[in-house]
Design a protein around this ligand. Sequence first.
Ligand SMILES: Cc1ncc(COP(=O)(O)O)c(C=O)c1O
Length: 416
Amino acid sequence: MTPDPANPLIPASNNRPGDDPIFTLHGMATRRAAAGEDILNATLGALVEDDGSLAVMPSVHEALRNTSLDRASAYAPISGPPEFLAAVERDVFHGHGLQSKCIAVATPGGSGAIYNAVTNFLEPGQKALTSSYYWAPYDILTGLSDRGICTFNMFGADGNLDLVSFEESLHALIAEQGRALVILNSPCHNPTGYSFNEDEWRAVCDIMAKAADEGPVTLLIDFAYAKYAPEGDADWRDHVARILPKVPTIVAWSASKAFAQYGARVGALIALHEDDTIRDRIANAMGFTCRGTWSNCNHHGMIAIGEVLRDDKLHAAWDKDRARLVELLDARVVEFNRLAAKHNLHYPRYEGGFFVAVFSDNPQVTIKHMQDAGVFIVPLQGAVRVGLCATPKSKIPRLVEALAAGIEAAKQIPAS
Ligand SMILES: Cc1ncc(COP(=O)(O)O)c(C=O)c1O
């Protein structure tokens, strides 16, 4: 095609959407609220207090305030400050033997970690495998470097993880492209709220180990919501340790939710491998990607978050701050489950986390019906995403009533 002399954009960049669909819905809700309407905006993924203000952690603010500006003004090492990375590794492994087999690099949040992983574990043109419900930015985080996403059916007829579909899709993908990168977001999956149980982690790992006989298979755990896991949450670490000789595993770690510090853009990509030499190569490859994209990350944020993780007093204060926020969210989850049961809403197991997805015959009809009642949520394929993180507890009855009415309305006009 002959380039248009007036338009310097390459064809791939020519028709990019100007706004994220969730931020567009959030904008609609905000405009109506500013015009004086009583709006319930459950679109965004940030935890708010029951008075609607952003929930923050005083311990983290203290660490940010106490950070030497002179130190923070300097460039951070490209792969991240070693003491920050060591603290993150301890946070993920809690002394588990896996810790001796990992390396890490700093990234701008979990988003940067996922981008970094995709560029190093997939060839251009290849796809990562994830569940049919997934965090929409995976499309951009893979597509930007000419990779992509393909999916397995997330839920079977029994409402649990569809392991049959996972296994079939994984084998098909390896047959097609010779390797696989599997992205799994648990606990507190966005957008469904689902957390894998022990049996599901065991089965997922067994399936991956078997598939590794057919080609290189890497597991990427998106750990963004780890700190909001339901009590007694299943532990993936022993399962990963068991398959590590066959399935290298990487973890996308994020400070955004764990420290209620979304704007600091602090994260890390942690890679586990049995072999020291390959581990070094992975560290170099991931550091190279850091250099070629964001160079180095927010030094101020990494120093402060590192201090919270390393300093006993700050760590104890952070534990307390976090416990309060988990309790705030859990109370909403309990209330939602109680009211949703009364209205016979159909949704996956939901024991904790920022979101829940409720099935709908026509999500567009459901969200429109709810918007007419002043309630904003996000449409998905065959479901709608409700942000309990952004819904004060006192507003959950209104939310569930509007939801039930919207789902009922969708039954009259099922999506074709
Ligand atoms: C599933 C999932 N993964 C990763 C992230 C990354 O967040 P951040 O880049 O702020 O760490 C988010 C944020 O909303 C998310 O929902």
